[in-house]
Design a protein around this ligand. Structure first.
Ligand SMILES: Cc1ncc(C[n+]2csc(CCOP(=O)(O)OP(=O)(O)O)c2C)c(N)n1
Ligand code: SF4
Ligand SMILES: [Mg+2]
Length: 279
C-alpha cells in the first residue's frame, strides 16, 4: 500500500498551512486503517480553492466538487452507500460563504459526514479577498482599507446548528490534528473540524497562532462550556470541543437498508415498474 501520494505536482506556496493539513490527513488514514477502516471505504470531496487541491494530492476515491458544494456531495455519497466514510474538504469561503446553507442543514439533520474546513480567513485562490471568517480590519484586495464586518465564529455556528462533533485543530500541530481527524471520521454523525491554517501569501497568521494556540487536556464538560471556549479570542484552544450522540440522517431515512448492496436486480426493478404503471 502506498502512502496516498499521487503523481500531481504540488502548487501550494512554500510554507502554506495546507501542507500540514495534507500530512495530518495522510496520518489519519493510516490510523483509521489500523482500526479496520480500509482506505477503499473512505471517499472524499473538495470545493474550489487552494484547499481543494488536497483532492489531487490524495490517492483516494471521491468526486471533485464545485465551490461550496463538497459537503452536499458527500451527503449524497453517504445516503447512497452508508458503508462509506465520507470526508468533505472545504475552504472558509467555500463553507461559510457560498456553501453556508449546506453546513447548517448538514449539521441540523446530523448527516453522517466529516467536514474539514481549511480556515485561512481569506479567499486564497482568487488572491486575497476577505471571507466570512476574516477579522475586522483585515486588509485585502476587496477591503484595501480594512474589513468593516465582524467575522462569523464557525465553532459556535456549528454548535448551534446541531453538529454532534465539533473540533478545532491547527495546521502547525500535525500530529494533534491527525488525532482530531481520526476521532471526527470515526464519530457517527455530523463532524466538523475547523483547521486554523495560515496563508503565507495573503493572510500570514503563524505568529498569532503560535502564540495563542493551546491543546485542550479534555473535552469541555457541557455544551455551554464548549460555546464559552469557542468564544475565546485571546487564546485559541484546540481539540474536541463537543461530542454527543443523536440519530443520524441516513438511518432515519432508510434504516439499515443499503441502496447499493440492497439494490434489487434489474429484472425485479423492471417488474416493479411494470406493476406500478399497469392500468
Ligand atoms: C460559485 C462560484 N463563485 C465564485 C467562484 C470563484 N472562486 C473560486 S475559488 C474562490 C475562493 C476560495 O476561497 P476559500 O474557499 O476560502 O478557499 P482557499 O482558496 O482560501 O483555500 C472563489 C471565490 C467559483 N469558483 N464559483
Ligand atoms: S495563496 Fe495562501 S492558501 Fe493558497 S497556496 Fe498560497 S499560501 Fe496557501
Ligand atoms: Mg480560504
Amino acid at each position: 500500500m502506498g502512502d496516498l501520494t499521487t503523481y500531481a505536482e504540488n502548487t501550494w506556496c512554500p510554507g502554506c498551512g495546507n501542507f500540514g493539513i495534507l500530512n495530518a490527513f495522510k496520518r489519519a488514514v493510516g490510523r483509521l486503517e489500523e482500526q479496520g477502516i480500509e482506505r477503499q471505504r473512505i471517499m472524499i470531496s473538495a470545493g474550489i480553492g487552494c484547499h481543494a487541491k488536497i483532492f489531487d494530492y490524495l490517492e483516494l476515491s471521491g468526486l471533485y466538487s464545485i465551490h461550496g458544494r463538497s459537503m452536499a456531495t458527500v451527503q449524497g455519497m453517504k445516503v447512497a452507500n452508508p458503508e462509506l466514510k465520507v470526508v468533505a474538504f472545504a475552504g472558509d469561503g467555500d463553507a461559510f460563504g457560498e456553501g453556508i446553507a449546506h453546513m447548517i442543514f448538514g449539521a441540523k439533520r446530523n448527516a453522517d459526514i466529516t467536514v474539514v474546513v481549511h480556515d485561512n480567513g481569506v479567499y486564497g485562490l482568487t488572491t486575497g479577498q476577505y471571507t466570512p471568517t476574516s477579522e475586522k480590519g483585515f486588509r485585502g484586495r476587496s477591503t484595501p482599507r480594512g474589513s468593516i464586518e465582524e467575522p462569523l465564529n464557525p465553532l459556535t455556528l456549528m454548535l448551534e446548528a446541531g453538529a454532534t462533533f465539533v473540533a478545532r485543530g491547527y495546521s502547525g500541530k500535525v500530529d494533534h490534528l491527525a488525532e482530531v481527524m481520526v476521532d471526527a471520521v470515526v464519530h457517527e454523525g455530523f463532524s466538523f473540524v475547523q483547521v486554523l491554517q495560515p496563508c503565507v501569501t495573503f493572510h500570514d497568521t503563524y505568529k498569532e497562532y503560535n502564540a495563542k494556540v493551546e491543546i485542550m487536556e479534555s473535552i469541555p464538560a457541557s455544551f455551554e462550556d464548549a460555546v464559552a471556549i469557542a468564544r475565546y479570542r485571546d487564546r485559541l484552544p484546540i481539540g474536541v470541543l463537543y461530542r454527543t450522540e443523536k440519530p443520524v440522517y441516513h438511518r432515519e431515512l432508510h434504516g439499515d437498508w443499503n441502496p447499493v448492496s440492497g439494490r434489487p436486480a434489474h429484472g425485479d426493478r423492471v417488474e416493479r415498474i411494470r406493476r406500478l404503471v399497469a392500468p
